[in-house]
Design a protein around this ligand. Structure first.
Ligand code: NAI
Length: 792
């Protein structure tokens, strides 16, 4: 080709990255890869291997070991043995290990980048410039947490042995997100990469050896979903961390219910990408390219739903189509490629069928032409217009380079469309008006909001979802916390509950003939129980102390509806919430004698002691009033332009099953902590001491608390709690009771993947450091990171 012809044509020539070193590395594993257990390479006990393919060609890259139960047992045993000594090391020693890993990743960065591109099909440009640098950054950042743990988290201990299961879309990066915080904070891990993409995890195991990570601290076992299940069910694992599909996340929630394992889930998404008519449209087009054609759209937070303001809809779509035709699809190792191969044929077929379904639902499909494939799994960048918000392609996570576009008229409509999904992982907002963009950010229910940007990640900023996108954060202080537990738990005893003795139904002494049955408290009003039954509460001596309503499923439904209607509480200023909590405290104190009397009657405690519980409850209300305007977020400064504002947002409607005792202090603690953070609550009080909760109605009524913020349903805690755990409009379930209760509630919570705080050990409700502040507030909030442009 002559120079003149080249200038005329301006087509890119191929710019292949060499794969020589990667092929040499693969050749070393020609007999099949092994499992990394207790610092050594071991053949799988099953003697079985499976093929992993190069998605760009369909050729076999390597044979991967299939771990079975024997291997999982061995890996968990190694991790268990290594955990205490690893945690006992000074933070500095652990920090040095993480730092060494970071340095070695940088040193071997090209090999990692090439193997990742070969194994996953993603362009080398991305593995080289995004995945691998972010991985190194993650280890550097968390080396810092190892060093600082003792001073920054003095009351926290490592969780223990962590089972970590990761997907195939960012194999190396997801591995770093899991392993770095875990080992930094003194845990040990058994990690399973996804079956399509195990290679960089295997290379990483060698890096651990080189970095001097003690044996057993990091164990890498390969295999399919069955291996994952063995990890999930293993009795000697203390925490599970999973990234992958919502479907499997739900299974893991169910399978681990009641096991006491801590759980964080980072699941799917259908994230909105919102373009207002005053946006810089050319920048927004580039944003879309990053949002949905980065990593072939196989990104959990991909901006896969394009919402365009009607006035610029046609102009924007025209620009986008033009840009789409310039995207280059091809072999991942070509440095000039924008879009690589889809990870596997299964995924390619799934994408193809969802696009066809969209077409059959009336969507117009615009695609680039692919060069004839030479055996790989390629899918053209695709734009679907004329899409109805209720259609399958607008709702389901396609997990491919497929964008569905819709239009909206007003910002309110954009919010409604953005939130019209069961997911809540991320959102991008494009507007040149800072007022508009920052007005949208709190209204969108998602864990990450990018203003005039998209797909930005950093180790300092937590990442994770709302709603069915899962719970827990990875990265940031909150991500580090998720790998710790309070120190007091080590010495805590399991909660044991004796069956509650009810008194015989009769007439309350002194009020012959007048029904004084305490009702339920729903929407700020006292309500008769739907079933029309009541329970006779016994005093400590067995006599009748009073009667309460026996709530049922319908009452729970009404209470949840009232709590949802009161959602405006989240927007009340922290100052106002604090004032109301102080006011509740004041009104409780005014009736302290009466409450102490009730407590003494129910428990048989002497009155001065009962009085101390009332005083503690008053102090607790003060504590959360104090916290209401102090549990602030953070401003992160990632190592590139921009700030991430980490905001503590309420979780929503919290269903709370209070412990049996202490009936007043625990109830008040949980209620106050939840509402201080802006949640609304449906509370099920202690059964034996329910009269303390019903006595509170008048305190709440006289304290300016808006109706519906606190709802109280008395009755059988297990039955009522189960209704709350199942209810799709409840965002979190907290329960304090025996293991069986936790198991039932956690299992039921899987439906809408509500957040769970089901504690089965007895905590010290009196100790303000344990029960009076951050610990409750951490459960009462979820962090939203809002990335905003920033100068300098
Ligand atoms: P997946 O959720 O099945 O796999 C993720 C990981 O979980 C893999 O390591 C797998 O071996 C493991 N696993 C599978 N079943 C398990 C079980 N019962 N217990 C424990 N571990 C188990 O994802 P898959 O099948 O590869 O992809 C299916 C769909 O999931 C995709 O089309 C996409 O929509 C979504 N997905 C979402 C991801 C995200 O980051 N949000 C990542 C990967 C997939």
């Amino acid at each position: 080709m002559s120079v003149a012809e080249i200038l005329d044509d301006l087509e890119y020539g191929p710019a292949p990255e060499s794969d020589t070193e990667a092929r040499e590395w693969l050749a070393q594993h020609a007999d099949g890869t092994q499992l990394f257990i207790d610092g050594e390479w071991r053949k799988p006990a099953s003697g079985q291997w499976f093929d992993t393919l190069d998605p760009a060609t369909g050729a076999v890259l390597a044979r991967i070991a299939q771990a079975d139960g024997t291997d999982v047992d061995a890996a968990v045993a190694a991790a268990r043995q290594a955990q205490a000594p690893w945690a006992a090391l000074p933070g500095h020693a652990r920090a040095r290990c993480l730092y060494a890993i970071a340095r070695l990743i940088q040193k071997n960065s090209r090999l990692f980048a090439v193997i990742e591109a070969l194994d996953n099909g993603k362009p080398i440009r991305e593995t080289r410039d995004i995945d691998v640098p972010l991985v190194a950054r993650h280890f550097y950042h968390h080396a810092g947490w190892a060093q600082l743990m003792a001073s920054e988290m003095p009351d926290r201990a490592p969780v223990g042995v962590c089972g970590q299961i990761i997907p195939w879309n960012f194999p190396l990066l997801m591995m770093a997100w899991k392993i770095a915080p875990a080992i930094a904070l003194g845990n040990t891990v058994v990690l399973k990469p996804a079956e399509f993409t195990s290679l960089t995890a295997i290379l990483f195991a060698d890096i651990c050896r080189m970095a001097g990570v003690p044996k057993g601290v990091v164990n890498i076992i390969t295999g399919d979903g069955a291996t994952g299940e063995l990890i999930v069910r293993h009795p000697d694992i203390d925490k599970l961390a999973f990234t992958g599909s919502t479907e499997v996340g739900r299974k893991i929630r169910e399978a681990s219910a009641g096991s006491g394992k801590a759980l964080t889930l980072e699941l799917g998404g259908k994230s909105p990408f919102i373009v207002f008519d005053d946006a810089d449209l050319d920048s927004a087009v580039e944003g879309v390219v990053d949002a949905i054609w980065f990593n072939q759209g196989q990104v959990c937070c991909a901006g896969s739903r394009l919402l365009i303001q009607e006035t610029v809809h046609d102009a924007f779509i025209a620009k986008l189509k033009e840009r789409l035709t310039t995207l280059r699809v091809g072999p991942p190792l070509d440095k000039a490629i924008d879009v690589g191969a889809i990870v596997d044929k299964v995924q390619l077929d799934r994408i193809t069928s969802l696009v066809e379904q969209g077409r059959s639902e009336g969507a117009e499909v615009f695609q680039t032409q692919l060069e004839p494939s030479k055996g790989g799994y390629f899918f053209p960048p695709t734009l679907m217009t004329n899409v109805h918000p209720a259609s399958t392609c607008a709702r389901v996570e396609i997990f491919g380079p497929v964008l569905v576009a819709m239009s909206f008229r007003t910002p309110d409509e954009a919010v409604a469309l953005a939130n019209n999904t069961e997911y809540g992982l991320a959102a991008s907002v494009w507007s040149e008006s800072i007022n508009l963009a920052l007005d949208m950010a709190p209204k969108i229910k998602a864990g990450v909001i990018w203003i005039n940007s998209t797909n930005l990640f950093d180790a300092s900023a937590g990442f994770g979802g709302y709603k069915e996108s899962g719970y827990g954060r990875e990265g940031g202080r909150e991500g580090a916390f998720a790998y710790t537990k309070p120190k007091w738990i080590a010495a805590a005893k399991p909660i044991e509950e004796a069956p509650v003795k009810l008194a015989a139904i009769g007439t309350e002494p002194g009020f012959a003939g007048i029904d004084r049955t305490a009702k339920l408290y729903i929407g700020g009003k006292q309500a008769r129980p739907d079933g029309g039954y009541s329970r006779a509460i016994a005093a400590h001596d067995g006599s009748l102390a009073g009667e309460i309503g026996d709530g049922n499923r319908k009452d729970i439904r009404n209470a949840v509806e009232a709590a949802r209607k009161a959602a405006g509480w989240a927007k009340a200023s922290e100052h106002l919430r604090a004032q109301i909590l102080y006011y509740i405290a004041e009104n409780l104190e005014a009736r302290a004698d009466e409450f102490a009397g009730r407590l003494a009657m129910l428990t048989g405690e002497r009155k001065p002691r009962a009085r101390r519980e009332v005083e503690a409850a008053v102090a607790r209300l003060f504590a959360f009033a104090g916290w209401a305007d102090k549990y602030e977020g953070a401003v992160h400064r990632p190592p590139f332009t921009g700030l991430a504002l980490a905001m503590n947002e309420p979780v929503g409607v919290v269903g709370i099953v209070a412990p049996e005792a202490p009936g007043l202090l625990a109830f008040v603690t949980l209620m106050a902590g939840a509402i201080a953070a802006g949640n609304t609550v449906v509370m099920v009080p202690s059964e034996a001491q329910a009269l303390l909760a019903t006595d509170l109605y008048q305190v709440l009524d006289t304290s300016d608390l808006p109706g519906g913020v606190v709802n109280i349903v008395t009755g059988d805690r297990r039955a009522l709690g189960l209704e709350l755990a199942k209810h799709d409009a409840v965002d979190a379930i907290w329960a304090f009771g025996p293991q069986g209760m936790a198991e039932t509630f956690e299992k039921a919570s899987a439906g809408n993947l509500k957040q769970t705080w089901c504690e089965t050990v007895a905590r010290d409700w009196n100790d303000e450091a344990v029960s009076g502040g951050r610990e409750v507030l951490r459960h009462a909030t979820q962090v939203k990171n809002i990335w905003v442009p920033w100068g300098e």
